[in-house]
Design a protein around this ligand. Structure first.
Ligand SMILES: [Zn+2]
Length: 256
């Protein structure tokens, strides 16, 4: 399963050697373009290779907020020439070209093979609704914030998680002049100070930053410093292709 699908997602999955048959359930936190422009690639490229043992031979199932059905319907319209041509070829398996969608409400959205995925509302200000996700398996819990500003509902759902993957946005602290544009965008996201408060209250075993919106020269070093002023727990800054092990005994490790 996959959570959000921004640009380059398929290339990253390939680099990680993920079996694309395992990436056939896509959960969208919200419909901003930077979380969804990778969808046509994820949908249409893997079926081409299905008969050669990699790729995807089943439908892509997308779960997302209201508006997801509309987006998936129009993607199918947009790519109808390709889908008609490719599924018309005898040697291409057609099943992978199906694009199914289901719109979310808060609560359990997926339950299979012991894995439960639940959606909860967050506050992304610029676009509504926006969701975070809680993934549970064998007593272990991973929570993804999606894009959000400080959100009480997220703290409620993230309490005691093994791994909390949270977004962040910041400008350097000593900056006095911030444009209206940057100030506006910061209001849709979570500052390091807000994140520290969230982590302190939710108490995950490990908090990890993702979606690093570091504006106007802000650095990861400052991000960590400002977070640790008010948060004493385990903290990592995420990076592309990072892997985590959510183990029962070893706890949560960042594998480098
Ligand atoms: Zn967003």
């Amino acid at each position: 399963m996959l959570f959000d699908c921004g640009r380059g997602t398929l290339q990253r999955l390939y680099q990680l050697k993920v079996n694309l048959q395992d990436a056939r359930y896509l959960f969208l936190t919200h419909l901003h373009a930077d979380h969804s422009t990778g969808i046509p690639d994820l949908w249409l490229t893997p079926p081409v290779f299905a008969s050669r043992g990699f790729g995807r031979s089943d439908a892509l199932q997308v779960y997302g907020p209201v508006g997801t059905d509309h987006m998936m319907h129009h993607l199918q319209e947009a790519y109808s020439a390709d889908v008609t041509a490719m599924t018309g070829a005898d040697y291409i398996q057609g099943a992978g070209y199906q694009l199914l969608s289901e719109e979310l409400a808060e609560g359990v959205v997926y339950q299979r093979n012991g894995v439960t995925v639940s959606a909860f509302l967050v506050e992304h200000v610029n676009i509504t609704p926006a969701y975070g996700f809680k993934v549970e398996y064998d007593g272990r819990v991973v929570v993804l914030s999606g894009d959000t500003t400080y959100c009480e509902n997220l703290i409620k759902h993230a309490e005691g998680a093994d791994l909390l993957i949270h977004e962040v946005a910041m400008v350097p602290e000593n900056l006095t002049e911030i444009s209206e544009h940057i100030r506006g965008v910061l209001g849709w996201h979570t500052t390091p100070e807000q994140a520290a408060k969230i982590f302190t209250r939710a108490k995950p075993k490990l908090a990890v930053y993702t979606h690093l919106a570091l504006f106007l020269g802000a650095t990861e070093e400052e991000l960590i410093n400002r977070t640790q002023r008010n948060y004493a727990g385990a903290l990592e800054v995420g990076y592309d292709l990072a892997r985590f092990e959510v183990g029962r005994e070893r706890g949560v490790l960042l594998q480098r």
